[in-house]
Design a protein around this ligand. Structure first.
Ligand SMILES: *[C@@H]1O[C@H](CO)[C@@H](O)[C@H](O)[C@H]1NC(C)=O
Length: 240
């Protein structure tokens, strides 16, 4: 459930077929071993990224009670038992305290696992980006949407400038956000991908956050600028 602005329009125009990455491809199995799948009382909910053995990054708009949230690690096809999965309940759900001080701002959340994840070829953490740039590189976003298709989808996206982002969305864009994708539309992340990773150079550069519809011309996806939350993440993970 990536947050949608202009919700009525969005529902009418885009996103209805499956609420997932549009225009992507099947990720090679377990090629994004930090990617997690979050379920809410067993139902598909959001994405996230494993950052160490006890903590996952997601989006604050994916907040639900810890007792209702399960973190699925090592997934590829969420409808098939592949023997690589680890399912761990959430112990704590900690959204950023300044989430939504203006619409969609600080859409960043940490989830503590009840038990440590076991690292292997299919389950590995990703470091948070320390720099707020990804010069000349492509981003890779991934997600299952709401589980249809059931194989993890990957999509390579170009970096967009702050000017392009502001041209699309105006003053809603804060320094805690960046845009990635295609101004011509056709390829984008979508609601079910919320909270999931957008990666650059092997680092977690962003979190899937919001957009107008999905893959609409002139409205790229908006992502959380993860480099702005490294200090807060360290503070929370050291003290919880
Ligand atoms: C969370 O789970 C409990 C126990 O299964 C249930 O009673 C409660 O309604 C759930 N909360 C939400 C928000 O779904």
């Amino acid at each position: 459930m990536r947050t949608i602005v202009f919700a009525l329009l969005a529902v009418a125009v885009a996103c209805s077929p499956g609420l997932k990455i549009i225009g992507g491809y099947d990720c090679p199995p377990n090629s994004q071993p930090w990617q997690v799948y979050l379920t809410f009382n067993g139902e598909p909910w959001c994405g996230g990224s494993l950052i160490n053995e006890r903590w996952v990054v997601s989006a604050a708009h994916c907040k639900i009670p810890a007792s209702n949230l399960t973190v699925h690690l090592g997934e590829h096809n969420v409808n098939v038992e592949e023997g690589t999965e680890q399912r761990i309940g959430a112990e704590k759900v900690i959204p950023h305290p300044d989430y939504n001080d203006q619409p969609f701002n600080n859409d960043f959340m940490l989830i503590k696992l009840k038990e440590p994840a076991i690292f292997n070829e299919c389950v590995k953490p990703i470091p948070l980006a320390t720099r707020c740039s990804c010069a000349g590189e492509q981003f890779l976003v991934s997600g299952w949407g709401h589980g249809n298709p059931s194989v993890l989808q990957c999509l390579k996206l170009p970096v967009l400038s702050k000017q392009q982002c502001v041209r699309a969305y105006g003053s809603r864009i804060t320094e805690n956000m960046f845009c990635a994708g295609f101004m011509k539309g056709g390829k984008d992340s979508c609601q079910g991908d919320s909270g999931g990773p957008i990666v650059c150079n092997g680092e977690l550069r962003g979190v899937v956050s919001w957009g107008k519809g999905c893959a609409e011309q002139g409205y790229p996806g908006v992502y959380v600028e993860v480099c702005r939350y490294t200090a807060w993440t360290k503070h929370v993970t050291d003290n919880n």
